[in-house]
Design a protein around this ligand. Structure first.
Ligand code: ATP
Ligand code: ZN
Length: 226
């Protein structure tokens, strides 16, 4: 990415639960894109705007490092990366421009159905499998509970049955995955939706002008949907 470029670069999830609505929102705001499956970068045909399509986990860091100008990402991933960077002394500055009305989900702690779970104190000294170690520890610390993490990048829900952990902390939408794995949701630790974020520092005037045009359009699109 050419940082001196006057084209506004927006990072979105390449393929996953945020992709369709991220592109739909930008298109509804008047940006035209032709997306080629294999390409990382997509140029708008009617505005000096480029889309960078990446894994959602990479979006907060790309924005915080100023590699891209804007990013659309779930607050869960944003907050996890922010906490991780804060703990490891990497800059975690960014500006939140808008909360977006899609990507709603919650991060919850679930335990095996057969456990006689009474409350958070039952997790004291236990091991909890998660892909969100910082959000989990941040929450447990606030609640005065000390538990250890089993950090997995996927298949978190099978960890208790596999003997890797006593409980899990994972994103929940319907609860069907938990149910299928003999788990039951007990504590919601974080509620999330997609966010539009901007890199730290000021943008060159040409890019700022596009952002100034984009924000009221987003508000209009979101208002129309209500
Ligand atoms: P990637 O390959 O980009 O890393 P992923 O597998 O981590 O993808 P997805 O499952 O596509 O991620 O979820 C992306 C984001 O969508 C989540 O981090 C969360 O913010 C949001 N999300 C999760 N579950 C739902 C849901 N049921 N409905 C809407 N949004 C969701
Ligand atoms: Zn991801």
């Amino acid at each position: 990415v050419d940082k001196s470029s006057q084209r506004l670069t927006i990072a979105i999830q390449k393929s996953g639960r945020l992709s369709t609505e991220s592109i739909a929102l930008l298109q509804a705001c008047g940006f035209r894109f032709s997306l080629h499956e294999a390409r990382l970068l997509a140029h708008s045909s009617n505005q000096p705007v480029d889309l960078l399509r990446v894994r959602d986990d990479d979006i907060p860091g790309l924005v915080m490092d100023g590699v891209v100008d804007l990013g659309l990402v779930g607050e869960n991933v944003l907050e996890e990366v922010r906490l991780e960077r804060k703990a490891t002394n990497i800059s975690y500055d960014f500006t939140r421009l808008r909360a977006l009305e899609f990507g709603q989900c919650r991060l919850s702690i679930a335990v095996p159905k057969e456990d006689n779970y009474q409350g958070l104190a039952d997790l004291q000294g236990k091991r909890i499998a998660t892909t969100y170690p910082y959000l989990l520890q941040n929450y447990l610390q606030q609640q005065g509970i000390s538990a250890s993490n089993a950090i997995l990048t996927g298949s978190v829900e099978v960890a208790p049955r596999a003997g890797l952990a006593d409980a899990i902390c994972d994103l929940v939408s319907t609860g069907a995955t938990l149910e299928a794995n003999g788990l039951i949701e007990k504590e919601v630790i974080f509620r999330s939706q997609a966010q539009l974020i901007q890199r730290p520092g000021s943008l060159p005037a040409a890019k700022q002008a596009i952002v100034d045009q984009l924000l009221p359009r987003i508000d209009g699109v979101q208002m129309a949907k209500e």
